[in-house]
Ligand binder design. Structure first.
Ligand SMILES: C[S@@+](CC[C@H](N)C(=O)[O-])C[C@H]1O[C@@H](n2cnc3c(N)ncnc32)[C@H](O)[C@@H]1O
Length: 368
C-alpha cells in the first residue's frame, strides 16, 4: 500500500461526471463533450437513457488540480452537478463496501477534507439514499484511520462518492466552491404556506444558483422595485416581496390573498407581452408559459430599452432539440443586445424545472 497521502493536490483524474434530471442525459452528454473539448481533453462520453448521470472518460490521466479549477458545475446548463472522477469501484461486496472504497481512495494518493455520498436522481438509485446516510460516518472513520481524510482541513478537496447501484461507486473530487451547492444538486428548500405556489421554490433556487452573493446583496434589497410578468397566484412575487421589494404583479388571473397581504404588491390585470412600467425597475421576472423565442425576445427588449436592470425568466423547451432551442434563444438575445454593450446571460436546468430552463440576463455595466 502507498504511504499516507500528503496534504496537497496530488490526485490524477480520469474524467468528468455530471448528474442531471432523468431524461436529460442526451443534452448533458453533448454539453460535456463540448466542455471537455473546450478545455483540451480527449476521451469519450458514456451514458444510459434514464440513468440521470453522464460520464466522460479521458484517454490519458489528467492532473486534478488543473481540471478542478475549470470544473464549475454552473458551466453546463443541464447538469445539476459536475465533478472530476478518479476511480470507479465495481463489484462492491454487500457486507463490506468500506474496504474497497477506502483502498481506492488511498491508492489515489490524496487526502480529503469533506465527504459526500450521493446517488443519481432515479427511483432505483434513490433506494441507496438510506444506505448513503448510514454509511457516511463509518466510511469517514475508515478513511481517517488510513490517513486519507482530515475533516475540514484547508486546501484539501471534497470527496464525492456516487452510488448508481448497490455494487458500484464512482469516486469523484471537487475543490471547495466548485461543486453544486447541495448534495446531488438537489436543494432542500422549504415551501412556506403564504408563498402561494410551489413555483416559489423555483425562483428561490434560481436566486441562489444563477446569482453571485454580491449580485444577490446588490439587487434583492428593500426599497427596490420589481415587475412579475405572469405572476398569478404569486409564488415568484412572494419571493421578491418577502425580500422587501415592491412588486407589480402582471396577470389576468387572481393573486393569492397571502401574497397581497404582504402589502408590497400591486396587481395589474394586463397582457404581460405589451405592458411596460412607467419608470425603470431593478427586476423583471417572467414565468409566462409561451414559445421560448417569444420570451427571449421580451426579456431582451426589457434589458435593451433599460426598463429593468436584470431579469430571471423561464424558457419552456420542446421535448426534442432542447439544446438547439436554447441556442436559438441565446442568438436572439445576443442580436437584440448587440448595441447595448456586454451582458451576462446564464441558463440552468434547475432541480425545480421540468421541461423548462431558467435564465438570468443583465447588462454588465448595469449589474454588479
Ligand atoms: C406558471 S404560471 C405562473 C406562476 C407564478 N410564477 C407563481 O409563482 O405563482 C403562468 C402564469 O402566466 C399567466 N400568463 C400567461 N400568459 C400571460 C400574458 N400574456 N399576460 C399575463 N399573464 C400571462 C397565466 O395567467 C399564469 O397565471
Amino acid at each position: 500500500m502507498p504511504a499516507t497521502p500528503p496534504n496537497r493536490l496530488g490526485l490524477t483524474a480520469s474524467g468528468l461526471l455530471a448528474l442531471c434530471r432523468a431524461g436529460f442525459e442526451k443534452e448533458v452528454a453533448a454539453e460535456l463533450d463540448d466542455f471537455a473539448a473546450g478545455i483540451g481533453l480527449t476521451g469519450f462520453v458514456r451514458t444510459r437513457p434514464g440513468s440521470a448521470f453522464v460520464t466522460f472518460e479521458t484517454h490519458e490521466p489528467v492532473a486534478f488540480a488543473d481540471l478542478a479549477e475549470r470544473c464549475d458545475w454552473r458551466t453546463l446548463i443541464f447538469a445539476r452537478q459536475l465533478l472530476p472522477w478518479f476511480a470507479r469501484v465495481d463489484d462492491l461486496p454487500e457486507r463490506d463496501r468500506a474496504t474497497p472504497i477506502a483502498t481506492a481512495t488511498r491508492n489515489a494518493g490524496q487526502r480529503f477534507a469533506q465527504l459526500m455520498l450521493e446517488t443519481p436522481d432515479t427511483d432505483e438509485a434513490k433506494q441507496q439514499s438510506g444506505f448513503c446516510r448510514r454509511f457516511t460516518v463509518p466510511l469517514q472513520h475508515e478513511l481517517e484511520r488510513i490517513g486519507a481524510f482530515r475533516e475540514g482541513a484547508k486546501g484539501l478537496p471534497e470527496l464525492h462518492i456516487l452510488f448508481p447501484d448497490t455494487s458500484t461507486a464512482w469516486l469523484c473530487a471537487a475543490l471547495p466552491g466548485q461543486a453544486a451547492l447541495w448534495p446531488m444538486g438537489i436543494p432542500r428548500l422549504r415551501m412556506l404556506r403564504e408563498a402561494a405556489s410551489r413555483s416559489t421554490l423555483k425562483l428561490a433556487e434560481a436566486i441562489f444558483t444563477l446569482l453571485s452573493e454580491t449580485e444577490r446583496n446588490a439587487s434583492l434589497r428593500a426599497g427596490l422595485r420589481a415587475v412579475d410578468l405572469g405572476a398569478a397566484p404569486g409564488g415568484w412575487t412572494w419571493q421578491l416581496a418577502h425580500r422587501g421589494l415592491r412588486v407589480t404583479a402582471v396577470d389576468n388571473g387572481p393573486m393569492a390573498p397571502s401574497v397581497m397581504a404582504t402589502e408590497m404588491v400591486e396587481h395589474v390585470r394586463a397582457d404581460g407581452f405589451t405592458w411596460r412600467p412607467q419608470r425603470p425597475v431593478e427586476w423583471m421576472v417572467c414565468d409566462m408559459v409561451e414559445q421560448p423565442t417569444r420570451i427571449a425576445a421580451l426579456v431582451a427588449d426589457w434589458i435593451a430599452t433599460g426598463r429593468c436592470r436584470r431579469t430571471i425568466f423561464n424558457l419552456k423547451l420542446p421535448m426534442k432539440k432542447r439544446l438547439e432551442a436554447v441556442e436559438q434563444c441565446r442568438a436572439l438575445i445576443t442580436k437584440r443586445l448587440a448595441q447595448a454593450g456586454p451582458f451576462e446571460l446564464r441558463f440552468k436546468h434547475l432541480y425545480h424545472d421540468r421541461e423548462e430552463i431558467t435564465g438570468y440576463l443583465a447588462l454588465r455595466a448595469a449589474a454588479v
